[in-house]
Ligand binder design. Structure first.
Ligand code: CA
Ligand code: CA
Length: 329
């Protein structure tokens, strides 16, 4: 009797239609999920491709800006009569933003011989430069113990200098690391040295740089008063301030040391030309933007430009954005 009922149930047309409908629904759901997955993958691929294309387009403009800066610096060198590098040079002046497609391109060129080369403490005879850096830190209100730790950071030994630190100190940190014990690669390495605090870095950063050279080479036509004072703290401070507040175009170092005789003992680190430059490029198209910092070396004889490094993602101090926002921040 029971088997008869089962046969009746199995043969029930409504039940049979229900099973078919359910099967079709499952197939439809499966196909919908498959199509959705394919579409999602397709959309993701499109988004990734679009992102890559946007980045490539922005990078192309930034590299174009770098090429423009290279050309300007080379042209500046080979133009007859241009004996010195000064803040009056075309490359040193703020450039108006260039409007491109749906965006804007900005370029700023900064002379790296205007600042104190922190790598000048890594040479075989860093004593004089360490004293100069200590004087600068004192002027800026930063403890001179930082000079000791920076000196140990870049010198090629493991002997502690003053209140500095070597491997023994850094390996005991919660995240252990080692000093390079050679030329530093970036000014941000200051954050890693013993005695450093963020507020000190803010004070120091505008006056120092990291050049791939052990030499201290300061361009007297672009340097700040603070660095000139650090070379000889007993020199006439008011006269230094007056000199840097005006347009400068010294053709020889002697022209300056005649005015400031105290700086004659530092004449070997002074110059009227620059060899290292930092090119900041910012490209903004619609909601996308890229910032590129390129370090360039200009051969003082031939004027040939060599790329030292490129770095993406820097903070660009945009004159254009300030103007658009109407703020000075
Ligand atoms: Ca040392
Ligand atoms: Ca060392």
């Amino acid at each position: 009797m029971a088997s008869t009922n089962l046969q009746l149930v199995a043969r029930n047309p409504r039940q049979s239609d229900g099973v078919v409908l359910l099967s079709m629904l499952l197939v439809i759901i499966f196909l919908t999920a498959l199509v959705y997955q394919i579409m999602m993958r397709h959309s993701l691929t499109i988004a990734q491709t679009e992102q890559t294309l946007n980045f490539d387009r922005l990078l192309s403009f930034a590299l174009g800006a770098e090429s423009l800066a290279r050309q300007a610096l080379h042209q500046d060198h080979v133009t007859p009569g241009r004996k010195v590098d000064s803040l009056q040079d075309i490359w040193a002046r703020p450039l108006e933003p260039l409007f491109i497609e749906d965006g804007v391109l900005e370029i700023q060129i900064r002379d790296l011989n205007r600042c104190f080369n922190l790598n000048s403490l890594s040479g075989p005879n860093p004593d004089k430069n360490a004293v100069r850096l200590g004087n600068l830190f004192s002027i800026l209100g930063v403890p001179s113990t930082l000079v000791d730790s920076w000196r140990d950071w870049v010198d090629n030994d493991q002997e502690l200098f003053g209140r500095g630190a070597e491997d023994g100190h850094y390996l005991l940190q919660s995240t252990s690391y080692r000093p390079p014990n050679t030329l530093a690669g970036h000014v941000s390495e200051l954050h890693l040295v013993k005695h450093m605090r963020p507020e000190y870095f803010e004070l120091i950063e505008p006056y120092v740089c990291v050049i791939p050279s052990q030499e201290l080479a300061i361009n007297i036509n672009t340097v700040s008063g603070e660095i000139l004072k650090s070379l000889e703290p007993k020199e006439n401070q008011a006269l230094i301030e007056q000199i840097v507040s005006e347009e400068r175009y010294y053709e020889t170092v002697g022209d300056l040391t005649r005015e400031l005789p105290g700086l004659a003992s530092s004449a070997d680190v002074l110059s009227v030309k620059s060899s290292y430059f930092e090119v900041h490029s910012r490209v903004g198209i619609e909601d996308n933007q890229i910032e590129l910092v390129s370090i360039l070396y200009r051969d003082p004889q031939s004027g040939k430009i060599k790329l030292i490094s490129r770095d993406l993602g820097k903070s660009f101090n945009s004159y254009y954005q300030k103007k658009v926002r109407g703020t000075d921040d």
